[in-house]
Ligand binder design. Sequence first.
Ligand code: SF4
Length: 278
Amino acid sequence: MLIQSDSGDSFMSVQATSLMTAPVLEVFSSFQGEGLYAGSPQVFFRLAGCPLRCAWCDTPGSWELTEGATAKLRTASGLRQEQAQVSPAQAVEWIQEVDPSGRQTVSVTGGEPLMWTDFLLKLRPLLGRRRVHLETAGAHPESLLRVLDAFDHVSADLKLPEDMGAPSAVGFTEPEASPRTPDEWRAVRRAVLKSLSGRDACSKLVVAGGRDVSAYEQIFDDQQGCAPDLALFLQPATPIAGVSAPTLATMETLRASAESRGLRTSVLGQLHRAWKLP
Ligand code: SF4
């Protein structure tokens, strides 16, 4: 069944597809370029499907589920494409092919991986002793709670509502509605932070150029109130599609503001972009 997206493209409905499968966009090994584990070699397992519309999104190709989509696999023998919609067992075979050593952490990213909680719960035990990390937009707290124990580390974004376009349908029944208003964004942010407090986790706040620094204060207040122990990464936006990078002075002001609330704060750009890695 094809559904018409907001952009006019047709994309695939997976209503009739088993919830135990998920659409894979790409699997590759690289260095982690963000957050608490920056610099560590990881297998990136990127799922398609995201209802959110961040102004500075660097993976808009992950938003929609297109009919006949293929997954890109980067293995030691080169790049190849496979049919995207796969079972957890097939996904694990691909991950093993990308990192035959079995030692690299698997970073499950997107898109928004929390669109696929059934799949994630089946995937985890099949990955054995590998560490498994989750990168999430932090917009779906009930879905996060459902899979939280399946992950060894979670990196959750803190979104500035001004940076967010209206959510868009992903083409199937979403497990949880996405926030729209600033109040809804605040509610999901606080719920996500509370569920991550005390865990191996971090928060990440992307800062675009030209924003009013006072707009971030509520976000810092929320982290102070809900998860003061979490490391907070302030990430200057990589310039993209009309979004500029913030000034160093802005980042320093924000760092000082967060630290005045006792938050453990680092400023870290996207290292993989600087290194021109995938
Ligand atoms: S949540 Fe991630 S994939 Fe979705 S729009 Fe934002 S940056 Fe892009």
